[in-house]
Design a protein around this ligand. Sequence first.
Ligand code: GDP
Ligand code: MG
Length: 597
Amino acid sequence: MKNIRNFCIIAHIDHGKSTLADRLLGFTGAVTQREEQAQLLDNMDLERERGITIKSHAIQMNYHYEGEDYILNLIDTPGHVDFSYEVSRSIAACEGALLIVDAAQSIQAQTISNLYLALENELEIIPVLNKVDLPSANPEEVTDDIVDLLDCDPEDVIHASGKTGFGVENILKAIIEKIPAPQGNPEAPLKALIFDSVYNSYRGIETYFRIIDGSIKKGEKIKFMATGKDYFADEVGTLNLRQSPKKEIKTGDVGYLITGIKTASEVKVGDTITSLVNPTAERIDGFENVKPMVYAGIYPVDTEDYEELRASMEKLQLNDASLVFQPESSAALGFGFRCGFLGMLHMEIIQERLEREFDMTVITTVPNVSYHAFTKKQPDQIIMVNNPTDLPDPSSMDRVEEPYIRASIITKSDFVGQVMSLCIEKRGEIVNQTYLTTERVELIFDMPLAEIVFDFYDRLKTVSKGYASFDYHPTGMRPSKLVKVDILLNGSSVDALSALIHADNAHHIGKKMCEKLKELIPRQQFDIPIQAAIGAKIISRETTKALRKDVTAKCYGGDISRKRKLLEKQKKGKKRMRQVGNVEIPQEAFMAVLKLN
Ligand code: GDP
Ligand code: MG
């Protein structure tokens, strides 16, 4: 136990976490030359393509240092705010963290929010100034920033480059010398923290854990405390590049467990594993059931694909317990599902996985956050509003509450004015403003989550010319004024285009939606009136003009076989259009409300 070190790497996105992790693996020989491939830890295709780490994983390294053999367990953390609960559990499994800061970018919002998580868990922090090879690196200034942030000595900041490998040996030395060995009682009943799980289609769910007390033996009966279920530990082992099965995993170490579980929802990140016959008295603090933050409808483009979509969603849920869905139907789109996601990135990932892994073409409707509504009749009874159609009739409604977040934005002092205006426009309230240096400012805002979901991040990048970073965490529900804005095409309301909007913005957004839909809806042989309404009241109107005759002739005339070929081609590409009444609506129109400017 005294020669084990459990650590994670925390960093703002793109500051070089994955690259440095690969360097550590290469240097300690955990990965041989032949096996080395770019960014090994990000092992889902999608993750590698997007350059982000979606799910956390762990890997064990062996390192010989000053006559002793050490086991270094690197626990990787997801790099996006949608997955912050998983980050917090990975951090809780460690005694130390490498805090990586890009020598050209300096401290950013995620650097700080991850640092706070690490400090809450009393982790030893090893500051690393990364990318010192960059010509644009600013090592002195950024070191000062780090020293201010951590209140450490400048000599404690390790200069490194994931690109050249410079400084890697110093990092390993610091991990061994500064990060405490795990504590815990090997004789006590088993107590292990689940920090991740991965779906494997042959072996079922692999559970990744860190042992706090006791040990786990192959074949023994174990129990998951939050779910209350028990299993046989069919296989336990350590996480080298490949899994190495072991007879026993002991206090302080990190390992994997296979029990034959087939569904991800049985393995909850943050849960405690204990022994069935000799259980521990208390489970590990900090367990939460993760809740979806954003909801949207997912519908098959082709109504006949509904059952196939259901089967695909069920399969996806087996390996992603944070995806929730239930059937819903829409007058416009037919049968589909209302799905809950951890955030917008999670929503995009699910949509992409449906397309890539299951070959489904889907239409996604306007996402919304989850509101709480209360009626005059039962003012204490929460009605969960996850869909615009769930909002009670205004005449019967007592009140509505919406989720709030606390946002941290770091930007240059030149952009403070613009960033503040944007946050205020998004109904934000400033909580604090701190100058980190003379040039760099941290702004703390309380804001409605709904305003973040809608184009906030893009707008922030624009107003700050890219010099702003952003992170947030949920803070609870607050009273809100909410209305349902409906869209009518050719006189009839299209339920799948309805959106929940704050009352103060409803007229403005209704108008913008009509304008945007006018752009997006293709012209047809007749005029298409586009209207926005709140209840029976029309608040805005546009018209998509009919195509002129001669244009139609040009489009649809000509050689019949060529036309058929075109049609076939179109069918193959499964164009994302939906015929609603006699109007063709493209996929983008369903998301139009997100792209208003
Ligand atoms: P992550 O998002 O923190 O995991 O960052 P990555 O490891 O994916 O790196 C982000 C980008 O920075 C990639 O294009 C890397 O090639 C590049 N990068 C990472 N480390 C270094 C470094 O030390 N020097 C230079 N010049 N580029 C680096
Ligand atoms: Mg990465």
